[in-house]
Design a protein around this ligand. Structure first.
Ligand code: NAD
Length: 323
C-alpha cells in the first residue's frame, strides 16, 4: 500500500522520449544525442500560445509550457493581450486565423480562463482542429465522445485506445496524462470500476470517456451526487477532479485502489513561504496514502503530465503535418 506515483519522473521520461524522437526526425534541430540527429523532416514543431489578461497563475503556466517546449526542441510563439479592456474577440480571432494558416505553427493553445467578456467557445471553435493541441475544439470533443472510434477513425483506420499517442486527433492534455499515469504504473484498466469525481469539459468528462474507451466501468460523481463516499468506495480506480481541498478522505477509498488526484487547491499555511500551500482533492496526509495501493502526490503528480502531453500533442501534430 501507499506506493507513490512519481508524475514528475514519468513526465520527464516522456519528455526525453519526445526530444529523442524529434531530433531523430527534424533536419533543422542541430542537436545530436547518442549519434541520433539530422533527420529528414524540415523545420521543427511549433506551438503558438495566446495569453489574455494578467492572471499570475496563467502567466506561470504559460512560462512553464514555453520552457518545456524549449527543452524538447519545440519552437514556441507567445502572443499576450494584457489590456483586458482593450482586447476584442475580433483581435483574438484574427490572430488565431493567422496561426491556422502558418505552416510553422503546429499547435495552438489558448490559455484559459479567458476574461468573462470574451466568448470562450467562439475563440476555441476558431482553432484549426488539426492544431488544437488542447483538444477542446468541438470536433475533437465529438471524436472523443463517439463510440465509432472503438473500431475505426473517420479515415477507416483502426483506432487503438491502448496507445493514446496513436489516436489521430487531439485528446485534452490533463485527462490524457491521467490515463498515461495508469498505464505507466502497469494498472490494467479493462473491466475495472473507475469513479471520476467532477464533470468539467476540461477534466472530468473527457477522462471518464477515455476510461470507457479502455473498457473500464465508469461512474461520474459530481456536486449533486448523494452519498459520494459510498460510490467512491466501490472504485478500483479513483480520478479526483473536483477542485475541493482534501475532500476525499481515507475512509472513502477501497483498500489497494489506484488514486489519481488532479485537484490543485491553495490552502492557508502560515508556516509556508508564501502563506499558502497546494493540496489535492484527496486527503493524502490524512491517511489516504496508507489505504491506496498507488497514489499521486500534489504537486508532482498529474501537473507535470499535463505539460508532457501538450508536448506530445504538438509533436504528433507536426509529424502528421509532414506526412
Ligand atoms: P471545475 O471547477 O470546472 O469542475 C469541478 C467539477 O467538480 C464540477 O463538475 C463539479 O460538479 C464537481 N464538484 C464540485 N464540488 C464537488 C463535490 N463536493 N463533490 C463532487 N463533485 C464536485 O474544475 P476543473 O477545471 O475540472 O478542475 C478540477 C481541479 O483540477 C481543480 O482543482 C483544478 O485546479 C485542477 N486541475 C489540475 C490540472 C493539472 O494539470 N493538474 C489541470 C486542470 C485542472
Amino acid at each position: 500500500l501507499g506506493r507513490i506515483i512519481d508524475g514528475k519522473a514519468i513526465a520527464d521520461a516522456i519528455r526525453t522520449e519526445i526530444s529523442r524522437e524529434l531530433i531523430g526526425r527534424a533536419a533543422d534541430v542541430d542537436v545530436v544525442v547518442d549519434g541520433i540527429g539530422g533527420g529528414k523532416i524540415g523545420g521543427r514543431p511549433g506551438l503558438a500560445v495566446m495569453l489574455v489578461g494578467n492572471r499570475a497563475d496563467s502567466a506561470t503556466y504559460v512560462r512553464m509550457k514555453q520552457r518545456a517546449c524549449a527543452d524538447a526542441g519545440i519552437s514556441s510563439y507567445l502572443e499576450t493581450y494584457p489590456d483586458v479592456d482593450g482586447v476584442t474577440e475580433e483581435m483574438l480571432l484574427d490572430r488565431i486565423r493567422r496561426w491556422n494558416d502558418d505552416d510553422d505553427v503546429h499547435g495552438i493553445l489558448v490559455q484559459l480562463p479567458l476574461p468573462p467578456k470574451i466568448d470562450e467557445g467562439r475563440i476555441l471553435g476558431a482553432v484549426n482542429p488539426a492544431k488544437d493541441v488542447d483538444g477542446l475544439h468541438p470536433s475533437n470533443v465529438a471524436r472523443l465522445f463517439s463510440s465509432d472510434t472503438h473500431d475505426r477513425t473517420h479515415d477507416g483506420e483502426r483506432l487503438d485506445w491502448t496507445d493514446l499517442s496513436s489516436v489521430p486527433f487531439h485528446l485534452p492534455c490533463t485527462p490524457q496524462g491521467c490515463v498515461e499515469l495508469l498505464d505507466r504504473i502497469g494498472c490494467d484498466i479493462e473491466g475495472k470500476r473507475a469513479v471520476v469525481i467532477g464533470r468539467s469539459n476540461l477534466v472530468g468528462l473527457p477522462v471518464a470517456m477515455m476510461l470507457v474507451h479502455r473498457n473500464a466501468t465508469v461512474t461520474i460523481v459530481h456536486s449533486r451526487t448523494v452519498d459520494a463516499r459510498d460510490v467512491v468506495r466501490e472504485a478500483d480506480i479513483v480520478i479526483a477532479a473536483a477542485g475541493k481541498a482534501n475532500m476525499v478522505k481515507s475512509d472513502w477509498l477501497k483498500r489497494g485502489c489506484v488514486v489519481i488526484d488532479v485537484g490543485i487547491n491553495a490552502i492557508n499555511d502560515s508556516t509556508a513561504k508564501r502563506g499558502y500551500r497546494l493540496v489535492g482533492d484527496v486527503d493524502y496526509d490524512g491517511g489516504a496514502k496508507d489505504v491506496a495501493g498507488w497514489i499521486t502526490p500534489v504537486p508532482g503528480g498529474v501537473g507535470p503530465m499535463t505539460i508532457a502531453m501538450l508536448l506530445r500533442n504538438t509533436y504528433n501534430s507536426w509529424k502528421r503535418a509532414n506526412k
